[in-house]
Design a protein. Structure first.
Length: 204
C-alpha cells in the first residue's frame, strides 16, 4: 500500500456483490453507488458477475485463483466498502457470502478484515420481508469482519419497477438512500485518512 498525503488522497471504494451472472438489480445498484462515489472524488472498483464466481473458500488451502487474489488485494487497499446481495431464500446469496469469506485471507494484516472501514450495505429481494432479513445478515457479517456498517443502508424490492430500459435507476426513494449511504462511506473514508495523517504527524 502506498501512503499518500491527505490532500492528494482519493478514497478507494471497493464494491462487491450481485449475481454470478452480470446485469442483475443488485449489480446495477452497486454501479449507481460507485458513480456517486466517483462524483465525490473516489477511485472505485467493482467485483460482480464473473469476478465473484469464485471457488468455494477453503481456508486450509494456500493457492488462490487470479480472481480471488484480485478481490482480496482490492479489499486490503480499500478505504471504504459497499456490499450488495440479492436475497436467496430470505438471506444473503451463497455467491456473495463466499466472496466475503475470502476476507479471511486478510486476518494477519495490520488492518485485518474490514477493520477501520465503513461498509455500505444493499439488500435486494422480490419482496420487503426478504430484503429486511438479508440486510440484517449483511450487518451481522460486517460486524464479524470488524467493519463499520453505515447508519443508512438500502433495501430494494425488485418486484417493483426500479430501472428504465437502459438499466438506469428511476426509483427516487432508492436513489436518495444510495446517495446518503455513499456519502457516509466517503465521509468516513476521509475522516480515516485525516486521522491517519494526524497520527503520522505526531510521530515526526
Amino acid at each position: 500500500m502506498i501512503d499518500r498525503p491527505v490532500s492528494a488522497h482519493r478514497p478507494r471504494i471497493v464494491a462487491l456483490g450481485g449475481n454470478a451472472t452480470a446485469g442483475g438489480s443488485a449489480e446495477r445498484l452497486l454501479r449507481h453507488a460507485l458513480a456517486r462515489c466517483e462524483a465525490e472524488g473516489a477511485e472505485t472498483s467493482l467485483f460482480a458477475g464473473d469476478a465473484i464466481d469464485l471457488p468455494l473458500y477453503a481456508p486450509h488451502r494456500a493457492d488462490r485463483c487470479d480472481k480471488a487474489q484480485a478481490l482480496t488485494e482490492a479489499l486490503r487497499d480499500a478505504d471504504g466498502i459497499i456490499v450488495a446481495s440479492p436475497a436467496y431464500h430470505g438471506t444473503v446469496s451463497g455467491v456473495v457470502k463466499n466472496a466475503l469469506d475470502y476476507a479471511q485471507d486478510l486476518v494477519s494484516d495490520t488492518q485485518p478484515y474490514f477493520d477501520g472501514r465503513a461498509v455500505g450495505l444493499v439488500a435486494v429481494a422480490g419482496g420487503w420481508q426478504a430484503a429486511g432479513s438479508t440486510l440484517a445478515t449483511l450487518r451481522s457479517i460486517t460486524h464479524a469482519l470488524r467493519g463499520w456498517p453505515t447508519p443508512m443502508a438500502v433495501t430494494a424490492n425488485s418486484s417493483q419497477p426500479l430501472f428504465d430500459p437502459d438499466g438506469l435507476l428511476t426509483d427516487d426513494g432508492i436513489a436518495m438512500q444510495l446517495d446518503i449511504m455513499t456519502s457516509q462511506v466517503m465521509m468516513f473514508a476521509r475522516m480515516k485518512a485525516g486521522y491517519a495523517a494526524a497520527r503520522a504527524a505526531e510521530t515526526v
